[in-house]
Design a protein around this ligand. Structure first.
Ligand code: NAD
Length: 518
């Protein structure tokens, strides 16, 4: 997800010149050997020996490192470290917290290239996108550093000179649980507002992409945060469950699939803990016949093929008004066929590898099922083998455009989470709105039209948390992001998120005598 392309791509020349030293995967490899857990200011090994699993490099299929999941005693230690840090951190003024966060942002900026390269090696996305993700994480830390200074309550005048005031207080130890598609960005998006409000954090990345959250932990420690302020525990669902049930955890902020989100909410309910849930989507993009066709095509590609299509907010149901369907489809297919696939560390690559072998197989399976159900593959949807022999074990596929899709097909109803665009014709505004909203999910939606009144009218009726007019998948940290319906609860980014990481205390002050009934 992108801050704004226009702003961030301006930064590319500097990054590109620094990355002259960036080797392509075909000429060099990276191994991660340092422990990946981090609490109390240090990297730590897990005590749960023997349960480890391999972590793979998606671009080559080779083993990148071993992951030793954290068990109960590791989780206890990480939460204890976070509790210890919460004391001094929550007592600091917003200005004092902001100072540490601004320093953290500066360190992220200095390490932009290293963090981005590591993200590529662990996740498989292109270096161009990984740099933008690191920028988005940094901007989020900077943005909430600014808001930390303004966190304040209200003063309410009451009869007889009495009054009340409210304080916005932190919650305590907040847990973040992340998905694998934006590993560094998710860790930053969850920690920045939490820390700005005075909380401490224990973060668990996806076991598929454990590496860059630990780099963020090192950044906060180096920026002068109290030991234990931002901690990382590694592992899968068992470690996640330990965190959710931990009695010293005050809140759980989760990014991932709907079924896991439901389990998180259930676990949190046992301790009556608040949750933020950023879940899946099956978002619609509506393209009216009066759209600027080139912009609409660019928007549709951005809505489907960023991060190999592994983006929660992707608009994978592209509704196109019948009059312009042939031209639109021609242009989309032409541009999709020209997408450069391959070594994600090369500057020219626009599509790298999917995150894992099993996920690739699942996405290809969706394409097969779509064909069986009557959809027509206009391009892509097949495994891709790069010519470089070192990349042959990687998890690549060609981006796919499906036509002749019907609203009840599996490819139109279920989240595929891969580079598969479904094109659906429509006739009228009323019809398309009904079809666009006919899903239990409601993360995002988009509309392309040159009729300003129609744009706002349509958006008003779309059941989605983030709506885009004449663009798609732009997520500036200054504006809230999150879902309607089964796509989630709560928001990330924007001012409103300060409310999700703090609680209101009301203080009543009596200025007269107590009027007692007894
Ligand atoms: P997932 O639900 O399988 O896993 C997400 C995280 O939850 C991982 O860290 C995993 O280890 C952990 N987990 C799994 N089971 C758990 C349990 N029982 N208790 C505690 N933790 C548990 O999702 P994923 O495959 O990593 O990510 C893909 C999904 O994430 C897609 O559905 C996508 O739409 C969604 N997503 C949403 C957003 C958003 O902002 N709305 C962003 C990125 C991804």
């Amino acid at each position: 997800m992108l801050q704004t392309l226009a702003g961030l791509l301006l930064r590319q020349p500097a990054a590109a010149s620094r990355s002259a030293a960036v080797r392509s995967l075909s000429s060099g490899t990276v191994n991660v050997t340092a422990p990946l857990n981090f609490w109390g200011g240090k990297r730590r090994t897990s005590r749960e020996k023997g349960n480890g699993e391999n972590v793979y490099e998606p671009a080559t299929g080779r083993v990148l490192c071993r992951l030793e999941p954290c068990g109960p005693s590791d989780v206890d230690q990480a939460v204890e470290a976070a509790k210890t840090a919460f004391g001094p951190w929550s007592k600091m003024s917003g200005m004092e917290r902001a100072k540490v966060m601004i320093e953290a942002a500066r360190i992220i900026e200095n390490r932009r290239e290293d963090i981005a390269r590591m993200e590529v090696v662990n996740n498989g996305k292109s270096i161009t996108e990984a740099r933008l993700d690191v920028d988005s994480g940094r901007l989020c830390v900077e943005y909430y550093a600014g808001l930390a200074c303004g966190l304040a309550g209200q003063h309410v005048q009451l009869p007889g000179g009495s009054f009340a005031y409210t304080r916005r207080e932190p919650l305590g130890v907040c847990v973040g649980i992340g998905a694998w598609n934006y590993p560094f960005q998710i860790a930053a998006w969850k920690s920045a507002p939490a820390l700005a409000c005075g909380n401490s954090v224990v973060f668990k990345p996806s076991p598929l992409t454990p590496v860059t959250a630990t780099l963020l932990a090192e950044v906060f420690a180096e920026a002068g945060a109290p030991e234990g302020l931002f901690n990382v525990v590694q592992g899968g669902q068992d470690t996640g469950r330990l965190l959710c049930h931990h009695p010293d955890v005050a809140k759980v902020s989760f990014t991932g699939s709907v079924p896991t989100g439901q389990k998180i909410m259930e676990m949190a309910s046992k301790g009556v803990k608040p949750v933020t849930l950023e879940l899946g989507g099956k978002s619609p993009l509506i393209i009216f016949e009066d759209s600027d066709l080139q912009n609409a095509v660019r928007g549709a590609l951005m809505a489907n093929f960023l991060s190999q299509g592994q983006v929660c907010s992707n608009a994978t149901r592209v509704f196109v008004q019948s009059d312009i369907l042939p031209e639109f489809v021609d242009e989309v297919v032409k541009r999709t066929g020209a997408i450069e696939i391959g070594d994600p560390l090369l500057e020219t690559t626009r599509m790298g590898a999917l995150v894992s072998r099993s996920h690739l197989d699942q996405v290809l399976g969706f394409v097969e099922r779509a064909k069986e159900e009557g959809a027509v593959v206009l391009c892509g949807g097949t495994p891709f083998v790069p010519s470089d022999p070192k990349l042959k074990g990687g998890y690549y596929m060609t981006p796919c455009v499906l036509a002749d899709c019907k609203d009840d097909m599996t490819c139109v109803r279920e989240e595929i989470f891969g580079p598969v665009m479904c094109v659906l014709p429509f006739e009228s505004e009323e019809e398309v709105l009904q079809r666009a909203n006919d899903t239990p999910l409601g993360l995002a939606a988009g509309v392309f039209t040159s009729d300003v009144q129609r744009a706002h009218r349509v958006v008003q009726h779309l059941q989605a948390g983030s709506c885009f007019i004449n663009n798609y998948n732009i997520t500036p940290v200054e504006v809230p992001f999150g879902g309607f319906k089964m796509s989630g609860i709560g928001r990330e980014n924007g001012q409103v998120t300060m409310e999700y990481y703090s609680q209101v205390k009301t203080v009543y002050v009596e200025m007269g005598d107590v009027d007692s009934l007894f």
